[in-house]
Write a protein of this length. Structure first.
Length: 365
C-alpha cells in the first residue's frame, strides 16, 4: 500500500507538469482558446496532541498525525472539474491506512444542473462536506461522525463521509447575487469508500436548502440506504434538519440527525453478523456551534454543544461541551485548542464525567 501511495503521489506531480505544458501550448496556439486540462496540486496536514482524564484510558495523552492529504484538482475542456485526493497517513496495509478519499469528475457547465460521478462526499448534512480545518473544532460533530458515514454506527469502515455514486445538484433562482435554492440528490453503493458494492440496492440521499439572505441557509436531508455484511443486509434510513448563518467572520451552525436501522455488534472486518441489541434500531444526535471573531480573520473564540444518543434514549446519552480558540497566522497556518467536558451516561455510575484537551496545528500548501 505504501509503495502504491508513493507511486500515486509521483503520478499527481507528473500529471500537473503535463497539464501545465498543455496549458502553455494551448495559450501559444490561441489566446482565446481555454486550456484542455488545468491542474493544481495542494493539500493539508493536521498534527494533534490530545489528553483525556477518562479513567482507564491508556495512554491518557498522545501526539499524532491526525490527517495528511494531497490532491490534484482542476478542469477539463472548461466544462468539467475533477479531483483526486489521497490520505497518506495511517497504518499501511489496512482499510484505515493510506487510501484514496476523492476520485470524481463533475460536469458543471450550468449552475442549475451539475452531474458528478465517482467517489466523493455523501449529500447529507451541512457539516459533512466541510474540510476538517474549516469545520472549526477538533473533530466533526457526533451527528456527522456517527450518522453521516465517517465512523458510522452501523459497522461500516471509516469512510470520511464518502461513497461511490452518481449525484445531481444545482443552484436555482438567483436573488441579490446568491441562489435562493440549492438541491443535491444522488445514488450511492452504500458500502463506503474503496470497496465494491455488496447488494443490489442503491442508497438514495438528497438535500434541499433555502438561502433567504446571503450567508444563511436552512436545509433538509434524507437517506434511504442498505448496508450488507455477509448475507445480512441492514436498513439505513435517516433524515437531518440543518441551519447555518455566516456573517462578518461569525459562524452559527446547528443540525439534528435521526437514524432508523440496526447496527452490527462487531466492527468492520469481522465476519460476525449478529446485531447490537443494546443499540437497537434507533439513534439520534444534534449539535449547536458558534465561532466568534475577537480579531476578524485572525483570532476566534468558539463553543459547541454536542449530543449523541446511540439508542435514542437518555440512558445512553453522550454529551460534550466544547470550548476553545484558534489563531490564524495566515489562512494557510492555524493553531487551535479545545477543552471538552464530557458527560457519558453509558459509563459506570459515578464515572460519567471526564475532560479532554486537544491542541492542533494545521497548515495547507
Amino acid at each position: 500500500m505504501k509503495k502504491s501511495v508513493t507511486a500515486l503521489v509521483a503520478f499527481l506531480m507528473s500529471f500537473s507538469m503535463f497539464a501545465g505544458e498543455t496549458t502553455e501550448t494551448s495559450s501559444q496556439a490561441s489566446q482565446e482558446k481555454a486550456p484542455v486540462v488545468t491542474t493544481k496540486i495542494s493539500g493539508f496536514v493536521i498534527g494533534e496532541y490530545n489528553y483525556t482524564s477518562l479513567e482507564g484510558a491508556k495512554p491518557d495523552n498522545t501526539l499524532s498525525l491526525r490527517i495528511a492529504r494531497v490532491q490534484a484538482a482542476g478542469r477539463i475542456l472548461g466544462d468539467f472539474n475533477y479531483r483526486l485526493q489521497i490520505q497518506v497517513n495511517g497504518t499501511s496495509n489496512s482499510i484505515g491506512g493510506p487510501r484514496i478519499v476523492d476520485a470524481f469528475i463533475e460536469w458543471d457547465k450550468y449552475k442549475a444542473f451539475c452531474v458528478k460521478f465517482g467517489q466523493f462526499k455523501r449529500a447529507f448534512t451541512f457539516e459533512n462536506p466541510m474540510n476538517p480545518i474549516d469545520q472549526g473544532f477538533y473533530g466533526y460533530s457526533l451527528s456527522t461522525s456517527k450518522l453521516a458515514g465517517m465512523n458510522d454506527r452501523i459497522g461500516e469502515h471509516a469512510s470520511n463521509g464518502r461513497d461511490l455514486g452518481l449525484q445531481f445538484q444545482g443552484d436555482l433562482f438567483q436573488i441579490d447575487n446568491h441562489p435562493f435554492i440549492h438541491y443535491q440528490v444522488g445514488l450511492y453503493n452504500g458500502q463506503g469508500i474503496n470497496v465494491k458494492d455488496a447488494n443490489s440496492h442503491k442508497d438514495l440521499i438528497g438535500g434541499l436548502w433555502f438561502i433567504p439572505v446571503k450567508g444563511a441557509r436552512i436545509g433538509m436531508f434524507g437517506w434511504d440506504g442498505r448496508y450488507t455484511r455477509g448475507d445480512v443486509t441492514l436498513k439505513r434510513q435517516r433524515y437531518a434538519i440543518s441551519g447555518e448563518y455566516l456573517v462578518s467572520d461569525w459562524t452559527f451552525r446547528s443540525e439534528y440527525v435521526h437514524s432508523y436501522g440496526y447496527a452490527f455488534k462487531s466492527g468492520y472486518g469481522s465476519s460476525d453478523v449478529s446485531l447490537n441489541e443494546v443499540l437497537g434500531d434507533k439513534s439520534d444526535a444534534w449539535y449547536a456551534a458558534v465561532i466568534a471573531p475577537v480579531v476578524k480573520n485572525v483570532f476566534h473564540l468558539k463553543a459547541r454543544y454536542d449530543v449523541y444518543r446511540d439508542n435514542a434514549s437518555w440512558e445512553r446519552c453522550y454529551t460534550a461541551y466544547d470550548f476553545g480558540a484558534d489563531y490564524q497566522f495566515t489562512k494557510n497556518l492555524v493553531i487551535s485548542g479545545i477543552y471538552s467536558f464530557v458527560n457519558d451516561r453509558r459509563l459506570a455510575e459515578g464515572k460519567h464525567n471526564y475532560s479532554t484537551a486537544d491542541l492542533q496545528i494545521s497548515f495547507r500548501f
